[in-house]
Every structure is written in C-alpha cells, then in structure tokens.
Design a protein around this ligand. Structure first.
Ligand code: HEC
Ligand code: HEC
Ligand code: HEC
Ligand code: HEC
Ligand code: HEC
Ligand code: HEC
Ligand code: HEC
Length: 352
C-alpha cells in the first residue's frame, strides 16, 4: 500500500504498459501523465489541469496485459449523477484522493503524502515524532474490534459521507475522519436490500465488486467474535500474497482445525472438505472466500463474508456459488448432488 500513487517523472519504470505501442484507446502520451495509480490489478493515469487531477480515458489490465477503456458509467457509483459524464471532467480530489493519500485538505487540495502512509492508520503523528511515546500515537491493536476494523474500513468499503455535499462538492470518502475519531460519525456503508442486484451487492448481500472487504466482513461471525483485518493481514508488508501473516493455506489453521472450538467440527479437515489434502478443493479459502468480486473485466478478488455460498443460491438468487467457481464446467445440479452425499453438512442449508 506504500506505493499506490507514483510520479512517473521520478519513477518512469512504474508505467507498466509500453506507451510507444499505438492503441486506439490510448489518446495520451507519457508526458501527459502526472500520476500513476496502482500496480496489482489495474493501473490508471491522471493528468493535471489547474490545481486538480483528472483520470485519463484508458486503464491497463495488469493480468491480461491489455488496455481497457476507463470511464465510470452513469448510474453505477452513487455520485455519478452529480458529475459530468466524462471521467476527464471528474476531479480525483473528491472522488479518489482521500483514500490514496494522507491528509488530503479539501480547501488547499494538498496532501502530506501521496500513499497510504503511517498516519492514515496510526492517527496524527507529529507530536509522536518529537516525543515518541505510546500515549501520543494510535496502535490499532489496542482499539476495540469495531474501531480496529474501522482503521481499514475507512478505505476498504463502498459508502457515502453522512452529509453530502460538503462545501458544494460530492465526496466519495469519509471527509474529516482520522483514526482516533469514530468513523460512524462521518461515513455510512452503502445500503442494500436483500433480493436486489445493485452496483455494489449480490441479492444475498455479498459484495460483487472490489474494495468492499469492509462491507463484507462486518456481516461475518468472525467480526462479531473480535477478529480484525489485521488478525490475518500485516499491512507493513509480508512475503505472502495480499500481505497475509501466513500463506493462505495455513493462515486459517492458526485458529481453526478439528481440535479447535472454532470448527470445522469433523475428525479431520478432509472429512469437512471432501477433497484430498494438498488439492485446491481442500483449502479453506476455496469455499469460504470464493473469487467472485469484480475488480476489472473477468479479474475477481475474494469475498470476505467467509460464508459458504451454496449452489442452490445460484439457481434462486443468480449469484455465483462456492463449488462452481472452481468447477466451472459442471452444473449447479451436479454440485448439489455431490453435496447431498456429504454427511456432515445440513441438506436443508446447502444441498436443496
Ligand atoms: C494500513 C494501515 C497501517 C499503515 C499505513 C501503517 N500501519 Fe503500523 N500498524 C497498523 C496496525 C493495524 C498495527 C497493529 C498490528 C498488530 O499489532 O497486530 C500496527 C502496528 C505498528 C507498530 C507496532 C506497535 C506495537 O506496539 O507493537 C509500529 C511500530 C508501527 N505500526 C509503525 C508504523 C509505521 C512507522 C508506519 C509508516 C511507515 C506504519 N506503521 C504504517 C496499521 C498500519
Ligand atoms: C488510506 C486508505 C487505506 C487504508 C486506511 C487501508 N488501506 Fe489497504 N489498500 C489501500 C489501497 C489504495 C490499496 C491498493 C494498493 C496497491 O494496489 O498498490 C490497498 C491494498 C490492500 C491490500 C492488498 C495488498 C496486496 O498486495 O494484495 C490489503 C491486504 C490491504 N490493503 C489491507 C488493509 C488493512 C488490513 C488495513 C487496515 C489495517 C488497510 N488495508 C487500510 C488503501 C487503504
Ligand atoms: C473509499 C476509498 C477509495 C476511493 C474513494 C477510491 N479508492 Fe481506489 N482503492 C481503494 C482501495 C482500498 C483499493 C485496494 C483494494 C481493492 O481494490 O479492493 C483501491 C484500489 C485502486 C486501484 C487498483 C490498484 C492496483 O494495484 O491494482 C486503482 C487503480 C484505484 N484504486 C484507483 C482509484 C480511482 C481512479 C479512484 C477515483 C475515481 C479511486 N480509486 C477511489 C480505496 C479507494
Ligand atoms: C480471516 C482472515 C482474514 C480477515 C479477517 C480479512 N482478510 Fe483479507 N484476505 C484474506 C485472505 C486469505 C485473502 C486472499 C489471499 C489470496 O488469495 O492469496 C485476503 C485478501 C484480501 C485483499 C486482496 C484482494 C484479494 O481478494 O486478493 C484485500 C484488499 C483484503 N484482503 C483486505 C481485507 C480487509 C480490509 C479486511 C477487514 C475488513 C480483511 N481483509 C479481513 C484473509 C482475511
Ligand atoms: C485469529 C483467529 C482466526 C483466524 C486466523 C481465522 N478464523 Fe475463522 N473464526 C474464528 C473465530 C473465533 C470464529 C467464531 C467461532 C465460533 O464462535 O463458533 C470463526 C468462525 C469462522 C467460520 C464460521 C462462520 C459462520 O458463519 O458460522 C468460518 C467459515 C471461518 N471462521 C472461516 C475462516 C477462514 C476461511 C479463515 C482463513 C482465511 C479463518 N476463518 C481464519 C477465528 C479465526
Ligand atoms: C469444499 C468446500 C469447503 C472447504 C474447502 C472448506 N469448507 Fe468449511 N464449510 C463448507 C460447507 C458446505 C459448510 C456448511 C455451510 C452451512 O451450513 O451453511 C462449511 C462450514 C464451515 C464452518 C461452520 C460449521 C462448523 O463446522 O463449525 C466452519 C467453521 C468452517 N466451514 C471452516 C472451514 C475451514 C477452517 C476450512 C479450511 C480448513 C474450510 N472450512 C474448508 C465447505 C467447505
Ligand atoms: C478451490 C477450487 C475448488 C472448490 C471451491 C471446490 N472444488 Fe471440488 N475439486 C477441485 C479439484 C482441484 C478437484 C480434483 C481433486 C483431485 O485432484 O483429486 C476436485 C474434485 C471434486 C470432486 C471429485 C472429482 C469429480 O470431478 O467428480 C467432486 C465431486 C467435487 N470436487 C465437488 C465439489 C463440491 C460439491 C464443491 C463445493 C462444496 C467443490 N467441489 C468445491 C477444486 C475445487
């Protein structure tokens, strides 16, 4: 997270695509790019006009290594109706920068750091730098579980400020919030009505787009038991994918297993998963964090509700399920039949 926004004049190597190769979607040149955003899933480019930045009309799909058009369509994000239709007329200050920089000042449009810097999670730090002490810095590990998770949810969620507009502008981030304050006084999570497919949610309430780990996680049992995002992630960086404390295949087993009161409640893990040890189908995240949340084109990230989504939900609610997200060649009927032969799961919950 320390490298999300980069100035290509200082770090020309950060631009992933080869801009000398012509592409009909790309109407800008290297010199037009003031900032480069992102490296993992998608890369977007901003130009500077006056004292504002604006997104350029093409984004790089990092996985497929191709250009795709970039324009947030009307009727998707809640704020589109308050802005002109073209991204090139939608400034990044109100719409992006609060989550990609530290201390974005809505009056001066300046930041103290372009990136997810220390103060975003530890609160204001100038006093701490002068007189380092535990008393003048926030350690998220010592907050209660709601406040602790809010450290991450301030950015990893889809929501809206409690009041809009703020000084005549519509912001897509919690203006005025910093760690140490209470997020609920600044921000509400995007609402959802069960049964409806919306820009943000599947009909069962699971998120279907990226950047909604917060919306998902607060619905989980683990959240209510005091687990936090940083029970699994170390945001200061690790060797594992997604900055996990341990590789995904062992992360869950630090708290779960046949002997653990947290379940699963079978004699062995294989009896719970019905897939041989060492195969993908035996990994907790395969069924409990299916990759169903879109970040760009067909590139998805994982759900964070930790719910097993049964094949029947695909039939009744038109939502992707845990089994067929791997077994893409099989039908939901096939998955239901397999599940109905698993003795430890309730047929009423998962197989019918
Ligand atoms: C994205 C959020 C985030 C950012 C950015 C971040 N931290 Fe942290 N930091 C945390 C969390 C969460 C914890 C508590 C983790 C834990 O102990 O499980 C923590 C813990 C720490 C601790 C350990 C405190 C203790 O008492 O053991 C130190 C030191 C620290 N961070 C320093 C930094 C510094 C310096 C930076 C900037 C270079 C930074 N952090 C950036 C979230 C963040
Ligand atoms: C200021 C906004 C902000 C805050 C606060 C924040 N994040 Fe992030 N996070 C981001 C952005 C932006 C990215 C994308 C970074 C990139 O791709 O370069 C990201 C990426 C991540 C990733 C993916 C890293 C990867 O390599 O796949 C994880 C995991 C993550 N954040 C966890 C957390 C956790 C846990 C917390 C709370 C302790 C937290 N974040 C707080 C903005 C934030
Ligand atoms: C409410 C906070 C928030 C807002 C507003 C926001 N982002 Fe992000 N952005 C994030 C977080 C958190 C991530 C990483 C996690 C994810 O995508 O699930 C991210 C990821 C990204 C990535 C992908 C990074 C990568 O390495 O692939 C890009 C590009 C990006 N944002 C651009 C934008 C642009 C452009 C805007 C404004 C139109 C914007 N963001 C608005 C929080 C935000
Ligand atoms: C119980 C453990 C756990 C908790 C709690 C958790 N995550 Fe994750 N997270 C994971 C795992 C596992 C992955 C997937 C890693 C992989 O695919 O290799 C992941 C992936 C991610 C990613 C990268 C996108 C993706 O799906 O690959 C982001 C961003 C992220 N988590 C943010 C968060 C935030 C923010 C919270 C809290 C609201 C949170 N996580 C809570 C385990 C957890
Ligand atoms: C830090 C400890 C911890 C870690 C790590 C952890 N869990 Fe949990 N998990 C819990 C606790 C505590 C509960 C609640 C158990 C209870 O009260 O019955 C729980 C409950 C669950 C449940 C049951 C939820 C329900 O709806 O009934 C699932 C599923 C689950 N965890 C999946 C995972 C997965 C998948 C991972 C790895 C990505 C993981 N957990 C990592 C502590 C953890
Ligand atoms: C092949 C799919 C699959 C895999 C892999 C899987 N689970 Fe499950 N899990 C299920 C199903 C199905 C249920 C029952 C869901 C229901 O009743 O709503 C379940 C329920 C649970 C529950 C709640 C019930 C209980 O027994 O306590 C926990 C906890 C859980 N799983 C943890 C895990 C952990 C930890 C892993 C990795 C070791 C894992 N699961 C791997 C399919 C899977
Ligand atoms: C993460 C991916 C993944 C998930 C999720 C998953 N599977 Fe599998 N499944 C596999 C793989 C890989 C194999 C082959 C295992 C081997 O090599 O023996 C397999 C094998 C099977 C088989 C036996 C071989 C066959 O094709 O007839 C059945 C039945 C099966 N899975 C059913 C399910 C059901 C039901 C679910 C949901 C509860 C599920 N799987 C979830 C990856 C997955």
């Amino acid at each position: 997270m320390a490298n999300i926004v980069t100035d290509p004049k200082v770090h020309p190597e950060v631009i992933l695509p080869d801009l000398t190769k012509p592409d009909p979607l790309v109407t800008f040149k290297k010199e037009d790019i003031a900032f480069v955003y992102g490296t993992k899933w998608k890369q977007r480019y901003f130009q500077k006009v006056g004292d504002d930045y604006f997104p350029l009309g093409a984004q790089w799909d990092v996985n497929h290594r191709i250009w795709r058009a970039y324009n947030v369509a009307n009727g998707t994000d809640w704020w589109t109706k308050f802005y002109p239709q073209a991204n090139s007329a939608r400034p990044t200050g109100p719409l992006c920068d609060g989550c990609h920089a530290v201390n974005y000042n809505i009056q001066t449009k300046t930041v103290t750091e372009w990136n997810v810097g220390c103060e975003k999670c530890h609160g204001p730090g100038s006093e701490h730098i002068q007189r380092p002490s535990r008393a003048n810095i926030v350690n998220p590990a010592r907050l209660n579980y709601v406040q602790a998770n809010n450290v991450c949810i301030q950015c990893h969620s889809q929501g809206q400020p409690l009041t809009s507009p703020i000084e005549s502008k519509y912001y897509d981030w919690p203006v005025g919030f910093h760690v140490g304050l209470d997020l609920k006084n600044f921000w509400k999570l995007e609402e959802h009505k069960l049964g409806e497919t919306t820009f943000t949610h599947f009909p069962d309430g699971t998120a279907h787009k990226n950047r909604m780990q917060g919306n998902d996680f607060v619905t989980s049992v683990m959240y209510t038991r005091g687990i936090t995002c940083f029970s699994c992630h170390d945001v200061h960086g690790t060797e594992n994918n997604a900055d996990l404390l341990k590789p995904a295949s062992v992360m869950c087993l630090t708290c779960h297993g046949p002997q653990s009161p947290n379940g699963p409640h079978t004699a062995t893990i294989e009896q719970h998963t019905h897939h041989p040890a060492g195969t993908a189908g035996n990994e907790c995240i395969g069924c409990h964090m299916p990759k169903i949340e879109q970040t760009i084109a067909d590139v998805n990230v994982r759900s964070h509700t930790f719910k097993f989504i049964p094949p029947s939900a695909t039939e009744t609610l038109k939502i992707p399920n845990s089994c067929n997200s791997c077994h893409t060649g099989e039908t939901t009927e096939w998955a239901k039949k397999a599940l109905s032969s698993w003795p430890q799961v309730s047929p009423w919950r998962v197989a019918q």
